[in-house]
Write a protein that binds this ligand. Structure first.
Ligand SMILES: [Mg+2]
Ligand SMILES: [Zn+2]
Length: 184
């Protein structure tokens, strides 16, 4: 058999706060990290459907000095370990520590990674050799949807009880997209 490039598997890009866990504002400790209902099961279902799972999260709390890169790394490790025990494999977590006006020192910059910019998504697509058209983005804010659209992500879902941003489909929660992806 000749060598051939491996098939590019799709991914679900997930915002964190407000999609995976309750958005309390600047969540930085495992003790404050509360999964939204049904999320762990839904993540397992997405794995079974053949999707990689990649978190893309604005974390300007780092730049603002509310918590450190180390705090964020520890919480991310705790999240990865917890999900692994539940049989769910996270492929990667990308975060943006910057803010254009409110951050301190070098963190204060107009960057390419803070959503609505698509930098974290473009990096994930590059790092994991993804076909953006076959990927899915799930966010709760218009800035998430805008980032997904700018990165050319094929399906955009917004966790909201209200009207979704243009180009996105509204879902009540993460489990809602499992149903939609099963029966497109
Ligand atoms: Mg959010
Ligand atoms: Zn950034």
């Amino acid at each position: 058999m000749g060598a051939s490039a491996p098939a590019r598997s799709p991914a679900v890009f997930l915002d964190r706060d407000g999609v995976i866990n309750v958005d309390r504002g600047y969540v930085s400790r495992w003790s404050d990290f509360e999964f939204l209902p049904g999320v762990v099961d839904a993540l397992g279902d997405l794995c079974e459907l053949g999707y990689q799972l990649i978190i893309v999260t604005n974390q300007s709390g780092i730049g603002r000095g509310y918590y450190t890169e180390g705090d964020f790394a520890l919480l991310s490790t705790q999240l990865i370990d917890h999900l692994k025990e539940a049989g769910v494999n996270l492929t990667a977590i990308y975060h943006c520590p910057h803010h254009p006006t409110e951050a301190q020192g070098g963190f204060r910059q107009v960057c390419a990674c803070r959503k609505p910019a698509p930098g974290m998504l473009l990096r994930g697509i590059e790092d994991w050799n993804l076909d953006p058209e076959r990927c899915v983005l799930v966010g709760d804010k218009p800035s998430d949807i805008a980032a997904g659209a700018a990165a050319g992500i094929g399906k955009l879902f917004q966790v909201t009880a209200g009207d979704p941003s243009p180009g996105a489909e509204a879902v009540p929660d993460l489990a809602g997209i499992v149903q939609l992806l099963r029966s497109p």
